[in-house]
Write a protein that binds this ligand. Structure first.
Ligand code: MG
Length: 252
């Protein structure tokens, strides 16, 4: 099931995407909801970011080939950093290039995990019960600042640096899905999540032993190899098997 958040006639709504249609739901996607009899054409609504995370917890170096491309040793535990909620944008929105501070901005295609239930010190074997579903995530990064600063906050935290969407797929095996990134239609990243060093369930468990996750929070699970730079005017697409595509353009 594909759960979407959208704008129609100035109102924010939730719906289930089925083919070319979106069926409005009432209730909360995090508890109980029912389909209504109201259906829209998908192309007649404006999709919003599918959730409003209180925090985005991102994982660094979670694919062996990506660690190798940066000549970094494999981590012994997941390496966590955070992106602010103010960085979130929807599919179709523009990523703003922070020329005032950076000369190098990269895409990072990632599987995003959307938390469905309050999660505090969860065992790995129970992690699945706390996940609402999965979405595409672009961990946009000012690479020059990441190299310069000890902390990642500035490099990862600019406004518009967290595109999320297009919706949340609730029925997905996160242990083996294909993630592809295209820049102006050219394939740049293509890897299965089975190449992760720490899988999705391990990550949710690990993060929940550090901080309480609440419904709508997002874990960005790390990018595979093949990261690269973007420039104003570029179009970037993160495509995940079984979910769909998150598409954004870059602007000055
Ligand atoms: Mg990343």
């Amino acid at each position: 099931m594909k759960l979407a958040r959208f704008l129609k006639d100035g109102l924010r709504k939730f719906g289930i995407v089925e083919g070319e249609d979106i069926i409005e739901i009432e209730g909360s996607i995090f508890s109980n909801f029912q389909k209504t009899s109201i259906t829209h054409k998908l192309n007649s609504v404006k999709l919003l970011a599918p959730c409003e995370p209180s925090k985005i917890v991102a994982i660094g170096l979670n694919y062996k080939a990506h660690a190798a491309e940066f000549n970094k040793p494999l981590p012994e535990e997941p390496m966590l950093f955070m992106k602010p909620s103010t960085a979130v944008i929807r599919t179709g929105d523009e990523i703003i290039y922070p020329h005032h501070m950076s000369r190098r901005v990269d895409y990072e295609g990632e599987l995003g995990v959307v938390v469905g239930k309050r999660a505090h010190m969860i065992r790995k074997e129970d992690a699945k019960d706390y996940i609402l579903g999965y979405t595409c995530f672009n961990d946009v990064t000012a690479r020059d600042l990441q190299g310069k600063d000890i902390q990642y906050t500035r490099a990862k935290g600019f406004d518009t640096f967290a595109p999320i969407g297009p919706w949340i797929e609730t029925n997905l095996n996160p242990l083996d899905v294909r993630i592809e990134t295209y820049l102006n239609g050219e394939k740049k990243q293509d890897t299965s999540t089975k190449d992760m060093i720490f899988d999705v369930y391990h990550l949710l468990s690990f993060v929940s032993h550090v901080m309480t996750l609440i419904p709508g929070d997002v874990i960005a699970t790390g990018t595979p190899s093949g990261v690269g730079k973007m420039k104003p005017g570029d179009k970037v697409e993160i495509k995940i098997e079984g979910i769909g595509s998150l598409v954004n353009t870059i602007r000055n």
